[in-house]
Ligand binder design. Structure first.
Ligand code: ATP
Ligand code: MG
Length: 138
């Protein structure tokens, strides 16, 4: 299980609203540098913003790491969010539109999944949550 906050040295801490804003700005900067289209930049930034907020609110804080990735023919931007919070007991339920345990709209996780190309969640109750999203250039 690799949930929990074991991110690299360039990881950004997420412990406050200001940190969420900082992560959002960093994702935008890296997405521009990686030459994602304006629409794809916005999709990734929106997804990252929702996931950073979840890391703060539900994960009790954690971290995010933003990297440029290449797969041989495409360049992309990958963002990993990790926390050592309570974990998500029922992932399918958590990914259902409208499901919230916190009085939100319950659209953050499901929306984020739709906005990116690759979406992976590792979570374990009592250990934490690690979500990896990637948006590829096209
Ligand atoms: N990092 C996390 N750790 C633990 N639980 C989480 C985490 N992220 C999401 N969840 C759980 O998944 C539920 C759904 O998340 P989602 O982002 O879709 O909705 P929300 O945050 O409640 O509302 P919204 O994002 O629309 O304001 C949350 O209510 C919470 O129970
Ligand atoms: Mg949310």
């Amino acid at each position: 299980m690799t949930a929990g906050v074991d991110l690299g040295p360039k990881a950004q801490a997420i412990g406050s609203d200001e940190d969420v804003v900082r992560v959002r700005q960093l994702v935008r900067t890296v997405a521009v540098a990686a030459k994602l289209s304006l629409v794809d930049q916005t999709k990734l930034v929106t997804a990252a913003s929702e996931l950073a907020r979840n890391t703060l609110i539900y994960g009790g804080g954690g971290g995010a790491e933003v990297t440029v990735v290449e797969d041989g023919r495409r360049r992309g931007v990958r963002v990993v969010f990790a926390d050592s919070g309570p974990g998500i007991p029922d992932l399918e339920l958590a990914l259902t539109d409208g499901y919230t345990t916190g009085g939100g709209l319950g659209l953050g996780l499901s929306g984020a999944r739709r906005l990116v190309d690759d979406f992976d969640i590792q979570t374990a109750v009592g250990e934490g949550t690690r979500i990896t999203v990637t948006k590829w250039s096209r």
